[in-house]
Design a protein around this ligand. Structure first.
Ligand SMILES: [Zn+2]
Length: 141
């Protein structure tokens, strides 16, 4: 057993399992209403827009922008490196579609509101945690 920092992992249920295991193939997925196309996160069984009940996981680009962030300088446990950046990322697919995440591969003083970021995943036990880092500026292959 590791003595390191144990982060609290999400509890998986039938509604959110797809989300927390989506990173298995490196793709971010969220529920999307099959009636009106509205993205829904966190997962809920009913679309808030049209009250439709046919929501299914769909793939996202994994790209977004930093909406807000906070730098945490307090070490909450051994093995947790500080400072680290907790950010709210607004996804490109839909205005208001956001998630709270960790921003990586960027110094806390370099994080800016509106900065383009992209998803990557960190596997922890049986979940893939979505993290974000600055979008690569180099041309993609
Ligand atoms: Zn809908």
């Amino acid at each position: 057993m590791s003595q390191g920092y144990q982060r609290s992992l999400p509890l998986l249920d039938d509604l959110n399992r797809f989300y927390w295991t989506s990173g298995k193939d490196g793709v971010l997925r969220m529920l999307r209403c099959q009636s009106c196309g509205h993205w829904q996160h966190p997962p809920r069984p009913v679309c808030p827009k049209c009250l439709g009940r046919k929501l299914e996981p769909d793939t996202l680009s994994g790209k977004g922008k930093v909406f807000s962030f906070t730098v945490n300088a307090k070490s909450w446990g051994p093995g947790l490196e500080v400072p680290y950046v907790i950010g709210i990322v607004m996804l490109d697919e839909q205005d208001g579609l956001q998630l709270t995440t960790n921003l990586r591969d960027v110094a806390p003083e370099d994080v800016k509101i509106g900065m383009p970021v992209e998803v990557f995943f960190e596997k922890d036990e049986d979940v893939w945690l979505p993290m974000f880092r600055p979008t690569m500026q180099a041309a993609s292959a």
